[in-house]
Design a binder for this molecule. Sequence first.
Ligand SMILES: Nc1nc2c(c(=O)[nH]1)N[C@H]1C(S)=C(S)[C@@H](COP(=O)(O)O)O[C@H]1N2
Ligand SMILES: [Mo]
Length: 202
Amino acid sequence: MSTRGFTGRRPGAGTAGRLPPGQHEEHDFPVLSLGPAPHVDLATWRFTIRHRARPVASWTWEEFNALPRTTWRGDIHCVTTWSKFDTVWEGVSFDDILAAAGIEAPTPYLLAQSFDDYDTNVPVADLVDGQAMVATHFNGAPLTAEHGGPARLLVPHLYFWKSAKWISGLKFTERDEAGFWELRGYHMRGDPWREQRYTDDE
Ligand SMILES: Nc1nc2c(c(=O)[nH]1)N[C@H]1C(S)=C(S)[C@@H](COP(=O)(O)O)O[C@H]1N2
Ligand SMILES: [Mo]
């Protein structure tokens, strides 16, 4: 299998096939935010699902934490070229959120909306079937404010800007409406394996 002297030196050892094109492995967990973490008070926190402007379901922090919980372990990929392997997240899956709301996705698109006025669009097809969660824990501990606590979206198979920190809700839209970075030149979908970084990337 391995050549003497080479063992363990190959940078891809154990990680071969895990790095999307143009990415490198990062061991730290960089913080990338537009501004300082917004103050989010758990006593008034709400997570709201909207169809266009109309609220269709809403949970307090206590109610949200009573929903079924999911754990996911895997790799995340930031468009600034770092990838981080074997991250562990816990929260409520998109599927379980919709089930708790008693609805099926009313449109094929949505905008994840955040308390810092950030938003990002994600197709429903990229959220269903266990692909995404609203995460409250990272590596076994409550999510820190700088990484989006108390709760953030996690869509690990897309570039990390899609994983909205400080999430306040999901707004279903009829059309694929661009969010903050998508209005500023970033790709509408953002699949790292297809290197969909900028608007015109296929
Ligand atoms: N609400 C909000 N979510 C956000 C951002 C932001 O500025 N505000 N930055 C995005 C970007 S560009 C990236 S790369 C990731 C970074 O997440 P991290 O700081 O936990 O690494 O969060 C994304 N989610
Ligand atoms: Mo980013």
